[in-house]
Ligand binder design. Sequence first.
Ligand code: CO8
Length: 260
Amino acid sequence: SNNKILVELDEGTGVAVMKMKSPPVNSFSLEFLTELSISLEKLENNKACRGVILTSVVPKIFSGGLDITEMCGKSEEHYAEFWKAVQQMWITLYNSSLVTIAAVNGSSPAGGCLMAMSCDYRIMADNPKYSIGLNETKLGIVAPFWFKDTMVNAIGHRATDRSIQLGLLYPAADALKIGIVDELAPEENIQKVAAEVMAQWLAVPDHARQLSKSSMRKPTVDHLLAHREADIQNFVRFISRDSIQKSLQMYMQMLKQKKA
Ligand code: CO8
């Protein structure tokens, strides 16, 4: 089905808005990731498009990160295919020549945080109930090296060291303080603020901005490209362990119980 990612391109401004619409939490399933990468590549190849704003139409949620059900009780072939799609989404987004702005209008743990950090600029809804961060260790799993690299590039080594060991999720105000997001905006204004920031970025000639972006990001992308297959094998081996499967199942249980 082709309806988890809504794309609206304004040919006048060259700005596309990409809205994640996969309730309940916009988690990254294989299907979601594939649709996202294809949608991004289409915009990338569309001469009328210069920038994209990533946001969510699910209330209170930007993205719940990777779909945990894709990492539980499946075959090794499935894990490998899933992980390849996660890599592809990140490569496409982090490497994008478009101006990418995240309008983080809700919670954004783990993979959601990775997605936001992979954009050029992040605006978060000013709501203490929304938090963002790489919380993997809290699930008993480990953020891969390229998640870590992306965070180091955004907030520096020391803050990343502490964040990923403790699996910290930062409420909006703290996320701003530590630099995971660049700006807070009132929730009802976030799309407008994103459009204004986009206009500033688009005032710079594309070619010069793109080469500058690429010179900053290429080493980080190349690092994964050089170890892509090993990273897949590493994920498959890790996620297949009984102890990891148990941790993930307990975490899913905890999510469900929290409700009652
Ligand atoms: N995957 C699958 N299902 C999920 C996920 C998820 N990531 N998150 C939530 N759900 C499900 C819940 O189980 C629940 O299902 P049901 O309705 O059947 O009970 C439904 O979505 C709604 O969830 P909540 O009731 O919890 O909704 P809230 O609005 O109260 O909270 C949150 C929303 C904040 C997103 C909350 O659900 C949450 O914290 N989710 C977990 C987020 C998380 O920890 N994600 C991490 C995933 S791991 C990852 O992204 C990187 C892994 C790196 C690879 C590691 C290598 C080994």
